[in-house]
Write a protein that binds this ligand. Structure first.
Ligand SMILES: [Zn+2]
Length: 149
């Protein structure tokens, strides 16, 4: 399979929401949905204009998992439809870990979506990266991530 160059640009407002949510959730993982637009000529050039923090429904006391609350995910999908936006993907944080794509992340991902991972150390932003998985969900590739700050 040939990997297509893909890029996710995050708006200033959305980026600030992601960072604030990741820091507030520390030492737990935060998670949320990204809405935005596709380049009309290229589905792999995406701009996230809305970031929606969601409840992490993973409640077993572990910090290294997230599960977006189904009600919140549904609300985000409805908002996307109402505002004429696409659900581009998701974001979550890695408390005291770098911004990599874990085996769990891989297993829980779908091919089409962009997955932003932010690293938070001692409650502060320490890095970010974006990933997309192949159709077989066996491998994740980094996606170019453009964000302010
Ligand atoms: Zn993760």
């Amino acid at each position: 399979m040939v990997w297509i160059e893909s890029m996710l640009t995050i708006s200033k407002e959305s980026w600030e929401i992601i960072v604030a949510d990741a820091c507030a959730a520390y030492p737990r993982e935060c998670c949320g949905v990204l809405l935005g637009e596709l380049d009309p000529a290229d589905d792999d050039l995406r701009t996230a204009t809305v970031a929606i923090p969601c409840r992490n429904a993973h409640q077993e006391g572990r910090n290294d998992r997230f599960f977006i609350h189904p009600d919140d995910q549904l609300a985000a999908q409805k908002r996307a439809r109402a505002e004429g936006l696409e659900v581009l993907g998701f974001f979550h944080s890695h408390p005291d870990e770098h911004a990599y794509f874990s085996a769990t992340d891989l297993a829980n991902s779908l091919h089409w979506y962009s997955n932003v991972v932010v690293s938070v150390r001692k409650g502060e932003l320490a890095g970010a990266a974006c990933f997309r998985v192949n159709e077989e969900k066996t491998h994740a590739e980094t996606e170019d991530l453009v964000h302010p700050g």
